[in-house]
Design a protein around this ligand. Structure first.
Ligand SMILES: *Cc1c(COP(=O)(O)O)cnc(C)c1O
Length: 432
């Protein structure tokens, strides 16, 4: 399979180049040239298949031209080491829990798949790959944990000093091995700028093989379609139409759901649910797409004013805005609505995190006006990961899962770094 750039559909590359480069040279996002459709016999029996078996099939039809069956199996087995249970919260409303991975957020799926695929693609080369990531929290922890111990790859994480929650920071500063954390004296945008400058520096790129593992990389994006197949296969077969509500920031997760639909999964409709960073819901309601600066909210992993996967949403509908608007409805919610949803659902016996709460709201509002549907909202993080907000909303303690609590016992190791490209470059040049 070849991949095209959303900025220039005639620019085609192979899988290896798409994954190792991440972003196309014209700054477009890579997209599969053709999207295969799964046969009806798969959908007739997928409710009896395991998550892994569904994974072999779906990843198989997508990647069979580039990878062997055993490589596909190895990748899926490495990725799907934790479950994604579907939990009924109220009638026709299901939570798809995507937080059972090592860092308790759905980004673990993409990060694990990406690390495995990258290590396979570079296995033949003897050059070490350096993955540079700027993070404001969740990405750093998922990427660090996904790449931990992967041979031939060294991960360098840049994070803004004092601007990342303690729990998030401990998840990427205590690991050691092939993971190094640079504590930058600046804000998140400074970290991102240092990384961008490194990718553009010709001297550095002659000496080192630098790559990125952020959410626009196809290797992080594509595997996210797997849990849509799995969730759908576990819904009751009652003749109701199916809608998915996706709490969104950069819109990679939603775009992966649409990919599953294009592969034949009979999802009827999507809801793009956001916090006050509502560029996409406003576009879906008919406005022009206008990036803005991000506003801070209680669902901070979705505080994105210029969603990076937006071109991918358009590309999935052949750049026809009206088809996108017909298939996806937008909804956005304030912090106080989010907190009220956490409180309401807690009374039903279920604890939402602030991101899942936004997805829940989008779903129940849609169901009010659309009888004959059942729906799934994506619960993208464990409530313990955002315990400040959840505990304040509920007035009670959230119990941290053991694997999260374990990070707090590790020893934090960081390299302090000024917000200065020459210092960063010097550090990279000093690497073996
Ligand atoms: C990253 C993230 C999101 C947003 O996902 P996108 O694919 O960027 O839309 C939502 N919830 C949580 C908890 C996240 O970490």
């Amino acid at each position: 399979m070849k991949f095209y750039s959303t900025s220039n559909p005639s620019h085609l590359v192979n899988l290896s180049e798409a994954v190792v480069k991440g972003l196309a040279p014209d700054q477009g996002l890579y997209m599969p040239e053709t999207i295969p459709v799964l046969e009806a016999s798969f959908f007739a029996k997928f409710s009896e298949m395991t998550f892994q078996e569904i994974g072999y099939k779906v990843i198989g039809v997508l990647f069979s031209s580039a990878l062997s069956d055993s490589q596909i199996k190895e990748m899926v087995d490495h990725t799907l080491v934790f479950d994604a249970p579907l939990v009924e919260v109220e009638q026709d409303v299901y939570s798809l829990e995507l937080f059972h991975g090592p860092t308790l957020a759905f980004k673990d799926f993409g990060a694990r798949f990406c690390s495995k695929l990258m290590s396979m693609l570079i296995a033949k080369s003897d050059q070490k790959v350096r993955v540079l990531v700027a993070t404001s929290g969740d990405t750093g922890s998922a990427v660090a944990n996904g790449f931990l111990g992967v041979e031939g790859v060294e991960v360098i994480i840049l994070f803004p000093k004092g601007k990342v929650s303690e729990l998030q920071e401990m998840q990427f500063t205590t690991l050691g091995q092939n993971i190094t954390a640079l504590e930058v004296d600046g804000v998140f945008d400074d970290c991102q700028k240092l990384v961008k400058e490194a990718f553009l520096d010709s001297e550095l790129n002659e000496k080192l093989l630098l790559t990125s593992a952020n959410s626009i990389n196809v290797a992080r994006w594509i595997p996210q379609c797997l849990y849509y197949f799995y969730a759908y296969s576990r819904l009751p077969k009652n003749g109701k139409k199916v809608v998915f509500s996706v709490p969104s920031g950069n819109f990679g997760n939603l775009a992966a759901g649409i990919l599953a639909q294009k592969m034949g999964l009979p999802i009827d409709h999507f809801i793009a649910a956001t916090n006050e960073n509502k560029v996409v819901p406003e576009f879906l309601a008919g406005a022009e797409f206008l990036a803005m600066s991000s506003v801070q909210t209680v669902s901070n992993s979705m505080d994105v004013g210029n969603p990076s996967n937006f071109p991918r949403l358009l590309a999935l509908y052949d750049f026809d805005e009206n088809r996108l608007r017909d298939n996806v409805s937008g909804a956005f919610y304030s912090d106080s609505e989010t907190v009220k949803a956490i409180q309401k659902v807690n009374k039903l016996g279920y604890t939402l995190d602030p991101h899942g709460a936004v997805g829940y709201l989008g779903l129940v509002d849609f169901l009010k006006d659309h009888p004959g549907y059942q729906g799934v909202f994506l619960e993208t993080a464990h409530p313990g990961k955002f315990r400040d907000v959840v505990e304040e909303s509920l007035g009670e303690k959230v119990v941290l899962p053991e694997r999260l609590a374990a990070f707090l016992e590790g020893e934090k190791k960081v390299i302090p770094m000024k917000n200065d490209f020459e210092e960063f470059k010097g550090y990279l040049e000093g690497l073996e």
